[in-house]
Design a protein. Structure first.
Length: 198
């Protein structure tokens, strides 16, 4: 039995469903919204590589080290992007949340906060994780700010850690949250998500 079993998570009109080949067209359209694959610091697939992106995610799921979701509009089923649990360490009850991206039209909306709340709640409350982690490119400042808004702690930087799609080598910024920090982080995230917008 896998540590992360197939599940559907939903709230506030957003649904996370296990990523499959049936999401190929929707994922391609989401990636094309804003030409996000052109950003050198993200994992967004080139639209022509969408099927391979899904196949790679499914292979990693079979290996037990990644579980990818399609982020969808709960009413229409429209694919808005994707997010994953990855670097799954069942023995120490740790997962990371990453491979996260959304169509440009969904950025700066409640979508990301809702997805993170769903995934963090599932990780801590259902899977019983002791730690949830995040990692990002040292030049992806928007991602770093978003992770810090979740209440995660910056653990440090791994230098010369991974290859970018353009062939340059990146430093990786690592973050984490422990189970004991989750209740306060959840309260803050709910406040940020639900506060009136001026």
């Amino acid at each position: 039995m896998a540590f992360v079993e197939p599940t559907v998570l939903s709230e506030r009109g957003i649904q996370l469903v296990p990523l499959g080949l049936e999401h190929e067209a929707g994922l391609r359209a989401a990636a094309a919204d804003g030409e996000l694959w052109r950003l050198r610091v993200t994992s967004v697939p080139d639209p022509d590589d969408t099927r391979k992106y899904i196949e790679d995610a499914l292979a990693m799921r079979d290996a037990g080290n990644r579980f990818a979701f399609a982020v969808t509009d709960q009413q229409t089923g429209t694919v808005l992007g994707s997010t994953s649990y990855h670097d799954i360490l069942a023995a120490v009850k740790r997962v990371e949340i990453g491979y996260t991206w959304y169509a440009k039209r969904c950025q700066r909306t409640h979508v990301n906060t809702t997805c993170k709340l769903l995934m963090m709640a599932h990780a801590f409350d259902t899977l019983g994780c002791h730690v949830v982690g995040w990692r990002t490119d040292n030049f992806n400042h928007a991602s770093q700010q978003a992770i810090e808004r979740l209440g995660a702690t910056k653990d440090g930087v791994i230098r010369g850690h991974a290859m970018r799609r353009d062939g340059t080598i990146r430093d990786t910024v690592m973050y984490s949250m422990r189970a004991g920090e989750w209740p306060e982080a959840r309260a803050q995230l709910l406040y940020l998500r639900d506060r009136p917008r001026g």
